[in-house]
Design a protein around this ligand. Structure first.
Ligand code: PLP
Length: 428
């Protein structure tokens, strides 16, 4: 494939945008080369500026559950725009989407809309701290909750020590309030709680991790977390920015029959427009300003275009009885096909999958946490990524990302993908 125009556009972008991108992973640093520039997209396909067509497995990093330029979403946004794009006043549509979201997700009474997943998680933690009167939080290594300071933390020197900043600009003061736990390891969480008795406001987790590849929770892990939180008066925060409205109507809470205390949303809930949200029962949500004193605000929060897109998206999901079954079947088909193609050429790999999330790890070991995810062979991944791109299959440009299956994918698309995997496997 030729990437002439994308290469030229990237050069221009680099002059005026740091690294040429507005979000780092887009820059292809983890796989080498320069990014392809998107021109348009429809259904399961994205087209670049050189008019190459790709079957898209990133789907804007998750929002496009029903495919690109999904007609009801596009129509809703266009219609809304004609009446003004922002008011800074309440609008009826905010209540409509809130009612629908609350009806789809268990254990939430009220929801507050923001503009990104980052904002949702950042606000959820503030609310948890304000509600409990405690300062520290536990997060899991390899889980991503957006780029606010409290989450940009890496493991400190010892297992029970405080975290340390993993980006310049994050203060050590902030880092000392974030404790880092190992995903799928309940004993590790217990140790952290014991060492920080009565100091932990919340445990925040991706109930199915999607930012170190796809890593489902072990069978009883989420229930064990729930029990620990109840025992120690810690709030359990599910970051469902990726899994919300994707794994089930009610997200991972529904799939695993576990109630979290605060739930964060993003991605699918905005139908491709900038939307995030966080939600909880009244007793918690009523602590939020202007009802309570935990402050949180946003000039463009609940923006009518974003709400129109989100409402059209959630309505479509809510009205489709078979959606999650179809998505699961497509993902399973892809899983089996990819595994067979890689096995045929003796490529060492592990595939993780849950619902419409799937990831291929070039590793012998089971991938259950950040450490095991990091053991994958990155050189193989790089070659695989570029091989697939050249075959017209767009997967995430990093081994630590999940592929997102959309309902727009046909079995012909999946077969084309599996053929590409087989072809690329021969070169690995
Ligand atoms: C994408 C993501 C975020 C951050 O959302 P942004 O909209 O990029 O700020 C937070 N949590 C999880 C689980 C995510 O996947």
């Amino acid at each position: 494939m030729l990437y002439q125009r994308s290469s030229a556009l990237f050069k221009d972008a680099e002059n005026v945008i740091p690294g040429g991108v507005n979000s780092p992973v887009r820059a292809f640093k983890a796989v080498g080369g320069t990014p392809i520039f998107a021109k348009s997209a429809k259904g399961a396909y994205v087209y670049d500026e050189d008019d190459n067509r790709y079957i898209d497995y990133i789907n804007s990093w998750g929002p496009m559950l029903l495919g690109h330029a999904y007609e009801p979403v596009v129509k809703a946004v266009i219609e809304k725009a004609k009446n003004g794009t922002s008011f800074g006043m309440p609008t009826e549509i905010e209540t409509k989407i809130a009612e629908l979201a609350v009806s789809m997700v268990s254990n939430i009474d009220k929801i507050r809309f923001v503009n990104s997943g980052t904002e949702a998680c950042m606000s959820a933690v503030r609310l948890a701290r304000g509600y409990t009167g405690k300062d520290k939080i536990i997060k899991f290594a390899g889980c991503y909750h957006g780029h606010s300071d409290a989450f940009l933390i890496q493991a400190g020197s010892g297992a029970v020590t405080f975290g340390s900043p993993n980006s310049p600009g994050v203060t050590s003061g902030t880092a000392k309030d974030t404790l880092l736990a190992i995903y799928n390891n309940i004993d590790n969480v217990k140790t952290l709680i014991e060492a920080n008795k009565n100091e932990i406001a919340c445990i925040i987790i991706e109930p199915v991790a999607g930012n170190m590849g796809c890593i489902p929770p072990k069978a009883v892990f989420l229930q064990q977390l729930r029990d620990l939180c109840d025992e120690h008066e810690i709030l359990l925060v599910f970051d469902e920015v990726m899994t919300g409205f994707r794994l089930a109507k009610g997200g991972a809470q529904e799939l695993y029959a576990i109630d979290a205390d605060i739930v964060c949303f993003g991605k699918v809930i905005g139908g491709g427009l900038p939307v995030g949200a966080f939600a909880a029962r009244n007793e918690i949500m009523n602590h939020l300003a202007p009802l309570g004193n935990v402050y949180q605000a946003g000039t463009l929060s609940g923006n009518p275009l974003a709400m129109a897109a989100g409402l059209a998206m959630l309505t479509a999901i809510n009205n489709d009885k078979d959606l999650f079954k179809r998505l699961d079947e497509k993902t399973e088909y892809l899983h089996k096909g990819c595994a067979a193609a890689l096995n045929k050429h003796n490529i060492t790999h592990t595939i993780n999958r849950k619902g419409s999330m799937i990831s291929i790890h070039f590793s012998e070991e089971q991938v259950v946490d950040f450490e095991s995810a990091a053991k994958g062979n990155n050189d193989t991944f790089k070659a695989f990524f570029h091989g697939m791109l050249n075959e017209g299959i767009y997967i995430a440009p990093s081994a630590f990302e999940t592929w997102f299956i959309t309902d727009a994918l046909t079995y012909e698309d999946l077969d084309e993908t599996i053929s590409a995997v087989e072809k690329v496997a021969q070169t690995l």
